[in-house]
Design a protein around this ligand. Sequence first.
Ligand code: ADE
Length: 239
Amino acid sequence: MNYHVLTLFPQMIVDGLNTSIIGRAIENGLISLNTVDIRDFSTNKHKKVDDYPYGGGAGMVMQAEPVYGAYEAVAEKIGRKPRVVFLTPQGRVFNQEIAQELAAEEDLVFLCGHYEGIDERVLEEIVTDNISIGDYVLTGGELPAMVMIDAISRLVPGVLNNEVSAEFESFQDNLLEYPQYSRPVEWMGKKVPEVLMSGHHGNVEQWRHEQSLLRTAERRPDLLEKAELTKKDREFLGR
Ligand code: ADE
């Protein structure tokens, strides 16, 4: 998986992703992170990349040409037209299903906007996917791009050291994960549930599944609607 991030703040992307699991995946060559500074493609002698909006209004607009130059540099490098994700509150809301779909791509370009937006003409020309990370407005697309890169990368084979964990956790089956416990057996007067120390694998699995059901019903009833529940599951939840 090769990520290409078109941004005015490349350092923010590098600093945000060079640590821990994603940092190690980059080091191991499982994913690559190529940041492209849009300012390098300014044709203006002062390296300006924004200007006033036609029609008036507050703020500045990122101009089409430097954004297009940054995009072309990537397209030329990889030798074809890549999928280009524009981070915008006007996009499809990102979720695990979209993460899975994008994890199958070889190259992904993320376009990060700033100021009041980007000239519509270049967006029409290069963007294949408009994606939002939620119904709130951020100051730029960098954090959303990092959120997406993190969520997609952990689905790339080898990035997580335990293969099972990416498959079986929250959202894959529209159920939230069960609670986890580690040593000590008692902390602040709270004991680890007995069944987890029983060594009975079947009982542990059943308890965890029931906890997932209860948790989802309590915290995310909207997800439970989408989950495929067995007759036994429904009986357990009393529905
Ligand atoms: N840019 C600003 N806000 C955003 C959001 N919520 N999602 C994606 N990109 C954004």
